[in-house]
Design a protein around this ligand. Structure first.
Ligand code: SF4
Length: 81
């Protein structure tokens, strides 16, 4: 097997998985969903804290925020519901 040809593909896969919600929103600037996701990510996500960005946003305590009802939820809880 030629590992020289495998490495670039693996790097591309890793790059796709690590794109942030802000970067996703910039790639699709007409998407309201992606804009809200990006705003909430930018507002509350702290990578030094526990949980994924979606889990941290879902745990947002600011019920008075206009985006609160539209904030993204974590995938694991959405699938379980
Ligand atoms: S819903 Fe919470 S995380 Fe999202 S913008 Fe409002 S305060 Fe920030």
């Amino acid at each position: 097997m030629n590992f020289g040809t495998v490495t670039p593909d693996l790097n591309e896969q890793i790059a796709v998985k690590t794109i942030t919600p802000i970067q996703k929103a910039k790639l699709n600037p007409k998407s309201l969903r992606l804009a809200i996701n990006a705003q909430c990510y930018d507002c509350i996500y702290d990578k030094s804290e526990q949980g994924t960005w979606r889990q941290q946003v879902e745990a947002c305590p600011s019920a008075n925020c206009p985006l609160y009802c539209h904030r993204p939820k974590s995938n694991s809880l959405s699938e379980a519901a």
